[in-house]
Write a protein that binds this ligand. Sequence first.
Ligand SMILES: Nc1ncnc2c1ncn2[C@@H]1O[C@H](COP(=O)(O)OP(=O)(O)OP(=O)(O)O)[C@@H](O)[C@H]1O
Length: 344
Amino acid sequence: MTDAVRVERLRKTFGTARAVDDISFAVPEGEIFGLLGPNGAGKTTTLKCLCTLTKPDRGQLYIAGANVLRSPRLARQRLGYIAQDIALDKMLTGRELLHLQASLYHLPSAQINDRIHQMLNLLDLNDYADRLIGEYSGGLKKRLDLAAGFLHQPQVLVLDEPTVGLDIESRQVVWDFLRSLKAQGTTIVLTSHYLEEVDALADRVAIIDRGCVIACDAPAQLKQQVGGDRITLKLEEFTPVSVAIAAQELLTALPVVQSVIINQIQGNSLNLVVQPQNNVATIVQQALETAGFNVFSLARSRPSLDDVYLAATGKTLMDAELAAAEGRKALPAGKQRRSRKAAA
Ligand SMILES: Nc1ncnc2c1ncn2[C@@H]1O[C@H](COP(=O)(O)OP(=O)(O)OP(=O)(O)O)[C@@H](O)[C@H]1O
């Protein structure tokens, strides 16, 4: 199977800020490929380079065999790009906008009405097609934006945060739309902050952190690789670090515990990887209480993509987003206090 998208050793710097450091990935035809990462990780910049909107400092990019840097027009014919921000003319109706878009794409006039009809059906927009876009909700605007971006039936569809801020109904319409395109053989590259979205839609995912790919595989494989079940526990709402370290030492010695990370950003909560056996939460709780520790909260879960991110960076995606939002740097992996047993 040929690759519909290839990104090789991509780098992009804005002034002194390195938005993308070293990103490579390949997407076979017909795959949905997700880029997952916190704010500022470099996802949008990667997509903009791929879609000819930003010139990289280094690297090679290919869309359906077209070299993006050498043949940008050809690459543009083969791709559709749906940006994060929606910019639609509020004075047009949805149908008028699609007609305008069809003429910009030079679609044969005999096909235009059929094609618009198909897109309105696929995105469940028939009831709204003749209303002014200015009257659309955010979800309807996004659906129309998708219809416009796929009108010319590109081989590769690139979407930046396709469902951010959408209501549940519109999100479901978008998911169904993307799945139907995949069923017809379209290759899709999308970014998302939403773990469950990437988990539900993507055949494979690249987790991006500070402009680099830190993991890339099928979601199920990535979760299997981090192994074990998870326990997140708080000894107190805000646990003193000395208490967290003492508990970490106690828990690390338990045979059912594989590793313990102290999450400073979450008030020194403890993130445990444990054996997937039924009574593991009880064993952990009893060990702590017998040693005189308080247990404020304890939750057990199967590994998620966030655990993949945590294992690679020492912080959760939400922590990384909070850190980015506050304009401060999240602690790098080496600065998190982590205790892991040697492999048996
Ligand atoms: N045009 C620009 N000028 C200066 N800095 C930029 C520019 N575009 C992006 N950056 C910076 O590059 C870094 C990566 O940004 P990018 O938008 O690619 O991240 P992202 O992962 O898509 O984040 P988000 O999810 O918030 O869109 C950020 O630090 C951002 O501030």
